[in-house]
Design a protein around this ligand. Structure first.
Ligand code: GLP
Length: 243
């Protein structure tokens, strides 16, 4: 794991865009997981700018959805698919046939998760995972405890995740209780992982991710042993931590 500490959120987004661009030069055909959440939004904006300027080619990208609420149709504006479509797929011109959904609205959720893992396997794994950090150390919706061999699966959301996602639903009561998440196995074996973290509210959990014991209780702590992982954090999140 490499750590890059930069001044502020804007610098996190710029630096992450540079790390993404550098990590993909060798591979135009790319399998990518792209998180929703607030933190990577400006990074996607920067990637879209680069694409418009002809500095980034995304025509070979195949984008996999990271997580999705159970029971929410893909065309619901509150679905994570719609969020990903607006923030990632449309700005980066990724067509539907190069997108792999996590089908939280499927009748058979176990089959939906198996199909997803098979699609990743037949693409020879992920080249790039762009991730954010949950307030309890989750990656996607791999809630604590999640061990590094967790497959893509149905999860029950933690109270902390329900609280932090309430902002997108109006009220805690409205937040779905279950979700599908890409498993720890597929995320941790991505060839490049870019974890973006900003804001003082992430300082405590980031410290545990970077320096705490590697434990399923802090799922992102498993990134410590990932050579291809770059954590990009601003000073508020990282405190005085350095690489
Ligand atoms: C959410 C999502 C994650 C996201 C994380 C951090 O609950 N399930 O995919 O990366 O929490 O979100 P944010 O960047 O808004 O802090």
């Amino acid at each position: 794991m490499n750590l890059i500490v930069v001044e502020d959120h804007a610098a996190v987004s710029q630096t992450a865009a540079e790390v993404v661009a550098a990590s993909i030069t060798e591979n135009a055909d790319l399998t990518v997981v792209a998180a929703t959440g607030t933190t990577p939004m400006d990074l996607y904006g920067e990637l879209a700018n680069r694409r418009r300027r002809g500095e980034l080619v995304t025509s070979g990208w195949r984008v996999f959805q990271l997580d999705e609420y159970v029971g929410i149709p893909a065309d619901d504006r509150r679905s994570l698919y719609q969020w990903m479509k607006c923030a990632v797929l449309d700005p980066l011109a990724i067509p539907a046939d190069r997108t792999v959904r996590l089908r939280g609205d499927a009748a058979d959720l176990v089959a939906a998760c198996d199909d997803y893992d098979l699609a990743i396997e037949s693409s020879r794994g992920l080249d790039l995972a762009i991730l954010g950090l949950g307030p309890n150390g989750h990656l996607g919706f791999n809630e604590p405890p999640s061990d590094p061999t967790s497959p893509t699966r149905v999860v029950t959301l933690s109270a902390e995740s329900i609280r932090s996602n309430a902002a997108y639903w109006g009220d805690e009561e409205d937040v779905p209780r279950c979700a599908l998440t890409a498993g720890m196995t597929v995320l941790l074996s991505a060839r490049h992982i870019v974890l973006v973290v900003s804001g003082g509210h992430k300082r405590g959990i980031l410290e545990r991710v970077l320096r705490g014991p590697v434990t399923p209780e802090v799922p992102a702590s498993h990134l410590q042993s990932c050579g291809g992982c770059t954590v990009i954090a601003d000073r508020l999140a990282a405190g005085h931590a350095s690489a």
